[in-house]
Design a protein around this ligand. Structure first.
Ligand SMILES: *Cc1c(COP(=O)(O)O)cnc(C)c1O
Length: 414
């Protein structure tokens, strides 16, 4: 593996080796990460990276696009079939540029958008003041309700009626529950706003039929392709036919230059993988694993935001365990579990400390782990919390995590 890099750049070759080792030897529970297939990686490492192809299939500003045109057309066709969408743009370099495309296709700077607050599970690109979305637009935020810790749609409707946003944005990075798409649609209709849903986190669950689809309810749906969808790092915009021209024009030449054709071809490979029966099993297993992990943690007295999960992630508020999110992230890292600290709704701590951690099952499920392994992981997590001052006990727990990794080898042929 990496023979050519080893010859020309041993320093980078060593980093590649070390990163593969790290991914193999830790329990990867960052909810936005996954292990893509070797077919996707091969396609990303192909000669398509050499090609300039500004424009769209059949309408390029460069010659020699005959083969990349076919790759992009396949990617689009598969994306539309996979999600039942009328149109797809597969060029966004990331989830963030997919959102920028969707906003600027329909909004002018200064227009109002209404999205879920970052500290209640939303994403930076949903109007946070440090992000382009908050800098360019007048961003308003809805929240979850304090009791149920689920989206407060009544308040959302009141806000929409009072503020008349041009666009309502659904979707999240740290929200463990189903969304009520019908309600979002009816609120958007009531105030004559467009409805954008950002399914970056749940796209793989939607593709695999393990989570309801936002596509039939929305004007525009954006996504990443590298989270639960398990493809290359990149973005995607799905839309209704009538919005397609505005979206294409805004992505290129509005925002991006030359498309990453090697990544677009890898998106096509990913979408084909997502259409297979084993991907449906994978999507179901991500959800079953998150539910099993959640139940095992509840039994051990952990507080799950909203009381549980409908998808691939859990948000664990660790205040009742006498820990901050920052402490918990470090403690879990020490026993071989990688995750991220995360604010919880109404968090009293700063975003650098936080009161919670976000735990996801996409990567572990790709390794083949199931509900039995989730029970073992819950016991490692609980053991770490109980024995956080006992170095010997923590070492024992780390050995259990390493043993789990050995039982479910990652990229065995590499
Ligand atoms: C991850 C994520 C994004 C951004 O994707 P990048 O590829 O990191 O730019 C946008 N929206 C949501 C909801 C996300 O979870």
């Amino acid at each position: 593996m990496y023979d050519e890099v080893r010859k020309t750049d041993p320093a980078i070759a060593e980093i590649l080796d070390q990163e593969l080792d790290r991914q193999r030897s830790q329990l990867e529970m960052i909810a936005s990460e996954n292990f893509t297939s070797r077919a996707v990686m091969e396609t990303m490492g192909s000669t398509l990276t050499n090609k300039y192809a500004e424009g769209y299939p059949g309408k390029r500003y460069y010659g020699g696009c005959v083969h990349v045109d076919e790759a992009e057309s396949l990617a689009k066709k598969r994306a539309m079939a996979l999600f039942g969408a009328e149109r797809a743009n597969v060029q966004p370099h990331s989830g963030s540029t997919a959102n920028m495309t969707a906003y600027l296709a329909f909004l002018k700077p200064g227009d109002k958008i209404l999205g879920l607050s970052l500290s209640h599970g939303g994403h930076l690109t949903h109007g946070h003041p440090v992000n382009f979305s908050g800098l360019l637009f007048e961003a308003l935020h809805y929240e979850v309700s304090p009791g149920t810790e689920t989206i407060d749609y009544d308040k959302l409707r009141d806000q929409a009626l009072a503020e008349r946003p041009r666009m309502i944005v659904g979707g999240a990075s740290a929200y463990p529950r189903f969304w009520d798409y019908e309600k979002l649609r009816s609120i958007a209709d009531e105030v004559d706003a467009m409805l954008l849903f950002d399914m970056a986190h749940i796209a793989g669950l939607v593709a695999g039929g393990a989570h309801p689809s936002p596509v039939p309810h929305c004007d525009v749906v954006t996504s990443t392709t590298h989270k639960t969808l398990r493809g290359p790092r990149g973005g995607l915009v799905l839309s209704r036919k009538e919005h397609f021209k505005a979206i294409n024009k805004m992505n290129f030449p509005g925002i991006q230059g030359g498309p990453l054709m090697h990544v677009i071809a890898a998106k096509a490979v990913c979408f084909r993988e997502c259409m297979q029966d084993d991907f449906k099993d994978y999507a179901k297993a991500m959800v079953a694993n998150a539910a099993a992990l959640g139940e095992a943690l509840l039994e051990r007295g952990f507080h799950l935001v909203s009381g549980g999960t409908d998808n691939h992630l859990l948000l664990v508020n660790v205040t009742n365990k006498g820990l901050t999110g920052k402490d918990m992230e470090a403690l879990l890292e020490h026993v071989g579990i990688t995750c991220n600290k995360n604010t919880v709704p109404f968090d009293q701590e700063s975003p650098f400390v936080t009161s919670g951690v976000r735990l996801g099952t996409p990567a572990l499920t790709t390794r083949g782990m199931g509900v039995n392994e989730m029970a073992r992981i819950a016991s490692i997590i609980d053991g770490a919390v109980q024995n956080r001052e006992d170095e010997e006990a923590l070492n024992g727990l780390r050995k259990q995590a390493e043993e789990l990794c050995r039982e479910f080898p990652l990229y065995p042929g590499m």
